[in-house]
Each structure stands twice: as structure tokens, then as C-alpha cells.
Design a protein around this ligand. Sequence first.
Ligand code: ADP
Length: 237
Amino acid sequence: MDYFFKGGTKVVVLHTENLKKYYEEKGNQIKALDGINLSINQGEFAAIVGTSGSGKSTLLHMLGGLDRPTSGKVMVEDKDLFSLKNEALTIFRRRKIGFVFQAFNLVPVLNVYENIVLPIELDGNQVDEEFVNRVLHTLGLEEKRTSMPSHLSGGQQQRVAIARALVTKPSIVLADEPTGNLDSKTSQDVLSLLKVTGQKFNQTIVMITHNEGIAQMADRIIRIEDGKIVKGGDLNA
Ligand code: ADP
């Protein structure tokens, strides 16, 4: 089956099939993910919500190929992530998936620009300066280009982390509680920028949040409970 539907109006970029992740702990089996079927279109902005322990982080880790499932599939574009050996998976992940975490994870000795282009340079690629400038402009970071991370506010640091995730032009951006360390006003601002930037560059964004207000800004809310999707898994739900 061809999962990457080109030519039509919608392109599925991310797809899971009966995805399961079971952990064994002290003789007990924990079903962190218990049969997740999910399809995300190119350009879509989806929020994953659910109570603590419902499986959100486990799901995001699987979608990004950071951990292997017990069974089931994750397709990114037309690639079955877990058919890849570790090294190939690492390369694929670096090229196709951008991550934004709650902790901004900026390199303290590099300035804003250097932090943003680091993943491109690590991959041995030429920096598309015009694209970097457009992303910096959209995120309101032009004047902070040569600033060091320690001289930035939390919201500005998270915008740099978003820029860093976007400039490699990934197929999907995965964000794990991206506003978890920010106050509510800054969270709204950063999320609006993430949304606008995503739309402008036709990026697909999948974000975990426990904040209902933030989740409402997404195109689709996927609710998970006990490792199962209870709402929003289907494209047309
Ligand atoms: P959430 O992100 O929604 O808070 P998680 O995905 O972190 O939930 O966890 C889902 C379930 O899986 C929880 O019961 C958690 O305790 C369990 N879990 C997560 N990681 C591990 C692990 N490495 N070993 C054992 N259990 C785990």
C-alpha cells in the first residue's frame, strides 16, 4: 500500500499501524501504547492530549523513531521507520524529523544563528541562508541573530529551538510540551508563532501538551487514554 499519497489534495506524511509498546516492570506488563492507528496529513498541526501516564511521550518517541515499538508500524512519508537498522534510522531521523523539547537544549557557547544551523552543518549540508533568514524573520529573531542563549528570555530560547527544528526542512516536527517551561502569555505567543511558521512553510507538527488552551490552537486534538486513542485518531473524525 502506498502511504504517501501524492497528487491529491492531501498527503499523508505520518501513519501508524496497530502500534504497541509494552513494558515489563516487576513482573507486571504495562501497555504504554496499545494499538495506535493514526494518520497525519502534510501541513497539519495536531495536538496529543491525555492525562499523565496515558502514553503521550511514548507515542511521540515512537513517531520520531527514538525508541522501537513492541509491534506495529510507523511510516514517515513512504518509509517504514523500524525496518531501518539503527544507523540508517539515525540518519533518516536527522533529515526528516525536527524535535522541539520542553528543555530548549541550546548549546550555550554558540550564538542564536550558530545554534540554528548546527543540525544542517552536522549533516554536512550547505546552509540555505535565505530560508534561515525567512524562519528567523517569521519567529521574530532577526535582531537576536548573534545573541548568546543566556541573554535570551525563555520564550526567545524556545523560538530558537523551533527555528533549529525547522531549518532542516523536516517532513514532520515533533514537539514535547514545548511550552512547559513558559508562562501562559509567552506560551500563547510561542505557539502562535509555531503555528504560523508551520503554515507558512507547510510543516507538519505533532505536539504533546497537557494545556487545553494550547491544544485548542491545533487543527486536530488527538486524545489518548491508557495507550489508546479515544478521540481524533482518524483524519475525518
Ligand atoms: P505520558 O507521557 O502520557 O505521561 P508515558 O508515555 O510517559 O505517559 O508513559 C505511559 C506508561 O508507560 C506509564 O504507565 C509509564 O509509567 C510507562 N512507562 C513509560 N516509560 C517506561 C519505561 N521505560 N519503563 C517502564 N514503564 C514505562
